[in-house]
Structures are given as C-alpha cells and as structure tokens.
Design a protein around this ligand. Sequence first.
Ligand code: CMC
Length: 445
Amino acid sequence: MSNLPPSPPFVPAKPSGETVTLTEDATGKSFKMNMINGSVGPKVIDISKLYAETGHFTFDPGFTSTGSCESKITFIDGEKGILLHRGYAIEDLATKSDFMEVAFLLQHGELPTAPQKTEFVKHITYHTMVHEQLMKFYSGFRRDAHPMAVMTGVVGALSAFYHDSLDINDPVQREISMHRLIAKMPTIAAMAYKYSVGQPFVYPKNELSYTENFLNMTFSVPAEPYKINPILAKAMDRIFILHADHEQNASTSTVRLAGSSGANPFACIASGIASLWGAAHGGANEAVLTMLAEIGSVANIPNCIARAKDKSDNFRLMGFGHRVYKNFDPRATIMRQTCHEVLSDLGVKDPLLDIAMELEKIALQDDYFVTRKLYPNVDFYSGIILRAMGFPTKMFTPLFALARTTGWVAHWAEMLSDPTQKIGRPRQLYTGAPQRSFVALASRK
Ligand code: CMC
C-alpha cells in the first residue's frame, strides 16, 4: 500500500426531515417521500421505496430530473455557470493548480500537501509503461482505425494484463488499478496516434511531467531531439484540467453502471471511453472542427445557422448547448481565453478561429439560441487549440478520454465505497405486445 491517504470513507446523506406527499388522483391513496438536502444545490425527493409501496415506477428518459447516485466529487450549478471539484472552482484549479493535483483532489477529496503530491506523481510516473505484449494489439488494428476504437479495445485489454489489480474488494488493488489507468492513458493514446501515422512508439520518460511526457510520446521521433514547448505543455495541462470531471454525464454514468455489477476497473473505463466517443458527448470536439471546416468561410455562416434552426434537418451546431449549463459553460470561458493565448503565443493565424468567433457572435444574438439558452460549450474552442498544437482531429476525443479517466476512476472508487451501493438496474415503461399465444411457423401469415 502506498503512503497516500486512503480514498475518503463515504457517509451517505440522511433525510432532512422534510417530506413530499404524492397522491394518486384515481384512488386517493397517498405516499409520503423523504427529502434529502445536498450541501449545495437542489433538494432531492427520495423515491427509492416508491415501487415497493405503490407499485409504480417513475418515468424520466435521459434522466433530466433524476439523480442516479449520491456523490461528493463535483458540483455544477448550470443556471449560474458554476463548476466545483471537491468545492474548488474550476477557474482556480485551471489557473492555479495542475492536472496531477486535480487528479489527486478528485480521488482523495483534498488538495495534496507537497509530500503527498510528490508521492502521487511518483506512483503515476512509475506506472506509465505498458506491457510489451500489449503493443501487439495495435498491429491488429487497421492503420486508419479511429483512435477511440483503438483506445476502447486496448484499455479493455488491460484487464487481461494486470491480474494483480482486478480485485475490487481489495483497497490496495483498487488504488493500483486507478494509478495504472491514469498513468497508462497518455501512453495508450500516444501509441494510438503513432500507429495511425506509421511512426515508432515512443516510451515514457520519467524525468518529464505527466503532460510533457504525453507531448513527447506523441510528437517526438527517434531521428531527432524533440524540444517541448512550455507554452504548449501549460495549455495542454489546462485542457486536461478542464476535462477532468463533470459529475454524472453519460460516460461517467456508464462507468458507474458498469462498475455497479462488480466489473473490473479496466473494463469499466473502457465502457466509459465507448460512451464518450458519441458526438453529443466527447466526440463533439472533433465534430466542431469538422463543422467549421465544412462551413469554410464566414460568408457561409448564415446558411449553417439556418440549418441548425430547421427542425426538418438533423444538423446541430456542434459545440453549442449543454444538458446542464443554461447560462454559460465556465470551462468554455477559460478555453476561449486559452485559445487566444496559445494562438498568439505560437503566432498561428487560423481561419477556422475566425469562423468560430463569427459563428459564436451570430448564434449568441439569434433568438433561437437565446431562447433555448444554447451557449458555446467546452468543446467549441478546444479543437482549435489542439489543432494549433499539431493534433489531428481524430485525436481530440482520445485527449478528452485521457483527462476524464481521472474523474471516472474517482467516481468508480466513490461508488464502491458507498455502503448503500447496489447494482444499477433502471426500470422501464413497457409499451410492447402483452403476453400472447405462440404461433407455429406453418400457421404464421
Ligand atoms: N444546435 C441546434 N439546436 C440545438 C442544439 C444545437 N447544438 N442543442 C440543442 N438544440 C435545441 C434542440 O433542438 C431543442 O430545441 P426544441 O426545444 O425546439 O426542440 C432544444 O435546443 C433543447 O435541446 P435538447 O436536445 O433537448 O437538449 P439536451 O439537453 O438533450 O442536449 C446536447 C444537450 C449537448 C446533447 C445538445 O445541446 C447538443 O446536441 N449539442 C451539440 C453537441 C455538443 O456540442 N456536445 C458537447 C456537450 S459538452 C461536452 C460534453 O459534455 O461531452
């Protein structure tokens, strides 16, 4: 076991004493439900005994009103544009901290002391290499495979390599698997990139920081020395912080649901990567760049806006809108500023940035977007920075996955430490055929 503090014990919240009564109009029967107060944010109504006591389920497709779990990791106030990790504002973390500290914070609940940070970074650094045989998996993929496909497969395969950290009931093994996942993601992502461009894999270097190491494994080649640009390393680290966690989004909920059955952590994170890939979630950063390139020039923006508003066209303005943020996405504000800083530091003039800025301006004045509270989200600007850094579009979502792994493992560990944890098993509203008699093949019409 390391000298790091154990993951915090999970003490579930208690009912506040307030209640809500639900009355069935047809029968007049009523059912009293407890309220539970969060430390901040809306109160919740505890419906966990609803079915047992009334025989009814609730119906909430997309979980727009349903809390799937209790968590102490991340808080979002979508109306006010607030994002807190363990109580710390994302603006402070992005500008005053670094990604390793944020990873520690998510997992352990507190910012590390200096010795704790040194110890944590050492553990991560010494787990960055992957088993040599794992490298053979890459050659099984087509060179043009999407790196998210490669990452889903390779991360899932980790469970076939690290048998000594699969016991989820052993806190030591849990910690090692979390360190392994955080540490190996940059190596796995960089290898996916190297494989796609036909260059040799680059081994991790322990003298580099987490972020520098990732840049080195991605962009260096054996033929010549590679000098890490400190501006890029800082921007990359900030991008990682901004993507580290975002409470119960689709991929995190996927990780929790997968883990609720007792699945091993590598399998759970692979399921999170698969969920993240979708264009409505992490895949949006790639989709934004594709969209900006398709728009091609500022003159074509009105047509793009008209398409986004046309309900008979399923085109959406990628990088706009968010399930939770209905004012602004605080990550987007920092990302926008970072984007301008990076482009000016690097002296890059990107015509896609001009299109993005004009698109943002026009959309923010348009009644359709204003009334629906659709604002640029974190992915709107990240692609432009990543492109300026030299990442191909297909690598954008793998970078998101790399960063989000810190949040995923923190949620996975928190779920396992919750004494009320059960296998996730949503119910449904069934509207298919009721029971009917089987018809033999010869009699079917
Ligand atoms: N372009 C055009 N119309 C939109 C957009 C958009 N990007 N987003 C939402 N709408 C409209 C939607 O058509 C609906 O209109 P109406 O009320 O007339 O039917 C209304 O706004 C509400 O949309 P919704 O689909 O009910 O909202 P949601 O909370 O289910 O979806 C979203 C949230 C992020 C999936 C959606 O806004 C979207 O598809 N955005 C584009 C993809 C994107 O940028 N995703 C990245 C999210 S941030 C990173 C992450 O969390 O992974």
